[in-house]
Design a protein around this ligand. Sequence first.
Ligand SMILES: [Mn+2]
Length: 424
Amino acid sequence: MRIAANHIAQHNESLQAKHQARLHAVLQETDQAEAIIQKLMAFNVAIPSWALGTGGTRFGRFAGAGEPRNLEEKIEDVGLLHALNNSSGSISLHIPWDIPKDYAAIRELAGSFGLSFDAVNSNTFQDQPGQPLSYKFGSLQHVNKAVREQAIAHNIDVIQHGDALGSKALTVWLADGSSFPGQLNFRNAFENTLESLEVIYKALPSDWKMFVEYKAFEPNFYSMTVGDWGQSLLYANKLGPQAYTLVDLGHHLLNANIEQIVSLLLMEGKLAGFHFNDSKYGDDDLTVGSINPYQLFLIFKELVEGMDARGMNHATDLGWMIDASHNLKDPLEDLLQSVEAIMLAYAQALLVDAAALKAAQLNNDVTQAQEILQQAYRTDVRPLVAEARLRAGAALQPLQLYRNAGVRKALVDERGSNTVATGL
Ligand SMILES: [Mn+2]
């Protein structure tokens, strides 16, 4: 299914007068509006292929309807999002769930929706049918060299699939670790993992990056072999200039100061990018901005400040991706909300008066520093984000158009009500 351009135009026309009035109000607040709109138009967030179906919890899964049945339909779904918001211009694939049968045809299909291929993700957190050796006790860390070699070969295979599609990064997230004290020798686990990553690193094309994602706990509950940003940074520094630390917002212990982590990783030139989601307790994988939008704003404030300090391009120099799971909502509606939350936080961060903040910091004017941040955070930037979409031919109100156009019903009619997205 595709949303016709004239359908979007009609939708925008019906909302135009109200939009202009709201835009006028925010233009009174800042003289940066035009620059912000340009940056918003250039910004894109990758959609992971596994977020297009219902995720479920470890207690059960309540399937949605009209879920994508194959890679082609996943690309179609991301194409729908991108047509609606002009900010979902790439898809992140998961191997082996999304192995293409025909690379050229898949590239052509993605191109027809204006999509490119973001980082490819390997999977050694579960055993695949027919796999000779098990990852029950880890993959790249495993005490048995043959298991490590199998996991290395899989990661190199993922690089080759990604390369054929035009991806430029491999994301490695390991479930490796231990659930009981004494189970694992920490140093041996680290050394085995490093040695394995070194072999994978050598297989990277020269214009590729390796993203080393960390996670504090789960599925292992005593130790994780890439458990925090310090450990990830150790691996990345030892591996070399193509290796970076990937931050997933849900992969920290409760109340960790993620914005400070981001700031220091950027300072070191080792921040790969982001997996966006939101959480209340652990790795909840909820809709971005649904629980703590202020934290998201503070993170973006550090991203903008840190990237500007290094002269980086906001849109292209880091990897931006959603990594969420949808148990209750329509996945496409959830993703529209998540992308919107990211764009709003980015726009608010761009609004921060950096010079005034620096002056307040140098004067130890704590009150004024807080005022400057909250002035930006409390400005209603929704009209700026909507204007960026309007200029790009996308929808002023993507979620409203998605519902009014009956997109989910059309997908159910086409795919059936009992589909289960591949890989889930
Ligand atoms: Mn992640």
